[in-house]
Structure formats: structure tokens, C-alpha cells
Design a protein around this ligand. Structure first.
Ligand SMILES: [Zn+2]
Length: 372
């Protein structure tokens, strides 16, 4: 069943890849805005209240027209041009707000697909398996060089990353962990590269950004060749992962959407389909909220969704809860995180979270099942 789901997923990914890879004209005003400072109107201070109402006979604003709804269900533009070209990445580390931390370059070079597989992002699981995804997958051809995302020291190289000692059955296959020269808020940052066919570094070796660590392969628990990439915080443990989409430097002129989608009672809503549409190009994306609580949220944003690599510009997001479709316009800023929160029956807010003290961090309970 997993194979079937994966096969379907690959087809979907190929289709999505065609959509995602098309080059969008970027709002020139946004592109030309100062990328080294936070835009004057960022974050937006306004709160848009939408009154949720379970009585479907009553008019609830905003409700999508049937045409819009169909457009969201089938986000297929006509004949998208096939191109892998994207703007170069912002230089790392990149952080134009004190709470952003785009510290890492991509672990695959820019002349290949080097962005996350759309339907298997951080925090997802295949419901049949109850296995949680603790990183992102990048679909790259077997043999593609895997490169270090930042300078550091190799602290693991080989089979057995998960099990802790040499084990060819380890789900990560041949994997490398780099402990970086820099941390975040006085704690270590590490990156993990899994499923490689060959490793070109050894434990203790210094690496720089772009140093070849090995080549993309198919070792470990995989359904096909790809790179599994993780960001770990504090220790080299899969219990300490973070969503790499909040840590990888965006292409220049592009940004990242991060959000919380919660019930009225302030519980995270799992596996909710969030539709994201560019109002400039009509290009569409779908991102699922995290499937469970068994992952680590960013300690500031406490998100349950992240969607990176969005060309800056005007967007609308929409999703449906209990038969009511909620829709909200927002701006994706270049080189920055656009944050939103939603509470059912209360509405949207663009206020950024208040600073959380470490002792307020969530107590995470993790499943013992996972798939790198
Ligand atoms: Zn993976």
C-alpha cells in the first residue's frame, strides 16, 4: 500500500514539479524593495476576523465561488513551461528579522532540483503507516553530489545513524551528520544527509559550505533515490529535528509562508489542506498542516505548516473547516517569513508571536516510528 501511495505520490510530485518549476514574474516593487531590512509594513498589524458559522444556510464571508473552489481543487495551469531555473539563493546566513534563521544553503547544487518534495514535507506521514517524516526529501538523480549546507565538522559518517552503531538496515542508510561552526541561541545546529550511495567524508573531517559529502543514493528505508535532509537542534538526535524549510536560504526575491491553523479551542488542526495561490501569476500550491504533534515546532513561530520557495507577491490562502471555506489575502515578502495564525470561529491574525521563554517550549511526545 505504501508503494502504491508512493507511486501515486511520485506522479503527483512530477505534476507539481512542473507547476512549481515554472518561472513566475515577480512583483518588481517587492523585488526592488530593500531585502536587507524588514519592509515597513511587515508584519501586517491588521487582524481580519471571519465569523465561522456551522449553519450552512447562513451567509459566511468570505466564501469561495464555485469557480474559485474548482480552481483550488484542480490547481493546474495550462501548459506550464518546464524549467529548473530559479534565482540564486540569498547568501547564508540570511536573517532580516531576529526570529528568522535562514542559515543553510541547499544540500543539492542549484543546477538540480534542490527544493522539498511537495507531498512529503516535514511533519507528514502516510496514514497507513503512522510513520512521521522528520526532514525534507529532495528528488535528485542517483549520483548527484550531496553538499554540505554550511561549514562544520563531520560527526557521523556511515550506516547506523538511527540505531547508533554500524547497521546496514538503518533506515537512514549511508548518512552524514555535520555539526556546524555556529549554533542558534547558544545551542548546536546540525544537519543530516541520508540515503547516500557513497560517502566522501569521514568522521572528524572539517567541511565548508558546498563540500561534497557523498552522492545521492537509495540506501536505507526508501522508495527510490533521493536525499533526505534534516536540521537538528541541540543534539544529533532525531527527536530534535526542526522543519528545514525555516532554515534553508530562499532564492533571491522569494519568501516563506509559515502558519498556525488551530481549532477554536487552540488545538492544532492536523493534515488540513491549505491552498496557496499567487494573485500575480495564478500559480497554486497545496501544503498540508503537520500530521501530528509528534514533531518539533520552531520555538518562536510554533507553526504547523511551512511552505518555502514562494516568489514574492500577492497571494491568497484558503482552506475548508466543517464545510466553511476561509480565504485570506496576504503578501509574501522577499527573503522573509510571512506568518499567519488562524483560529476556527475567530479568524486570521498576522501578528507575530510574542517571544517565548525556553521553559515555555512545548513538551514534545514523539512516536517511535519514522521514515527518513
Ligand atoms: Zn525523507
Amino acid at each position: 500500500m505504501v508503494w502504491l501511495v508512493t507511486l501515486i505520490g511520485v506522479v503527483v510530485v512530477l505534476i507539481w514539479g512542473r507547476i512549481v518549476s515554472q518561472i513566475s514574474p515577480i512583483n518588481q516593487n517587492l523585488l526592488n524593495s530593500q531585502v536587507n531590512s524588514i519592509p515597513d509594513n511587515f508584519p501586517q498589524g491588521s487582524i481580519n476576523i471571519i465569523t465561522g458559522n456551522s449553519d450552512s444556510n447562513k451567509q459566511v464571508e468570505p466564501v469561495l465561488t464555485q469557480e474559485e473552489a474548482v480552481g483550488l481543487v484542480l490547481p493546474m495551469p495550462d501548459d506550464p513551461p518546464i524549467s529548473l531555473w530559479r534565482p540564486p539563493l540569498y547568501p547564508t546566513p540570511w536573517a532580516i528579522s531576529p526570529n528568522d534563521h535562514f542559515y543553510f544553503s541547499r544540500p543539492i547544487a542549484a543546477d538540480e532540483i534542490n527544493w522539498p518534495l511537495a507531498n512529503y514535507r516535514y511533519g507528514y506521514f502516510f496514514p497507513e503507516t503512522d510513520i512521521i517524516h522528520t526532514g525534507i526529501d529532495i528528488t535528485a538523480k542517483r549520483g548527484t553530489p550531496v553538499i554540505a549546507a554550511a561549514p562544520g565538522t563531520v560527526i557521523w559518517a556511515g550506516y547506523g545513524l538511527y540505531t547508533g552503531s554500524y547497521n546496514e538496515e538503518d533506515p537512514y542508510g549511508m548518512a552524514v551528520t555535520v555539526e556546524h561552526d555556529f549554533g542558534y541561541k547558544d545551542k548546536n545546529l546540525l544537519t543530516v544527509y541520508g540515503h547516500m550511495d557513497r560517502i566522501d567524508v569521514e568522521k572528524g573531517q572539517r567541511v565548508e559550505t558546498g563540500t561534497q559529502l557523498g552522492i545521492v543514493g537509495n540506501t536505507g528505508f526508501t522508495t527510490g533515490p533521493h536525499l533526505h535532509f534534516e536540521v537538528r537542534y541541540e543534539t544529533n538526535s532525531y527527536f530534535r529535528t526542526r522543519n528545514p524549510e525555516l532554515w534553508l536560504s530562499p532564492p533571491q526575491g522569494w519568501g516563506v509562508l509559515v502558519g498556525q491553523v488551530k481549532t477554536f479551542d487552540n488545538y492544532y488542526i492536523h493534515l488540513k489542506e491549505i491552498y496557496v495561490r499567487s494573485k500575480d501569476t495564478n500559480q497554486s500550491w497545496m501544503v498540508l498542516t503537520y500530521a501530528t504533534n509528534s514533531i518539533n515546532r520552531d520555538e518562536y513561530y510554533k507553526e504547523n505548516l511551512a511552505l518555502s520557495d514562494l516568489p514574492a507577491g500577492s497571494y491568497s490562502i484558503s482552506f475548508t473547516i466543517d464545510g466553511i471555506t476561509y480565504k485570506q489575502d496576504l503578501i509574501i515578502y522577499p527573503g522573509a517569513i510571512t506568518f499567519f495564525s488562524f483560529r476556527d470561529k475567530i479568524g486570521f491574525s498576522f501578528e507575530t508571536p510574542s517571544i517565548q521563554k525556553p521553559e515555555d517550549w512545548e513538551n514534545i511526545v514523539l512516536s517511535d516510528k519514522f521514515l527518513p
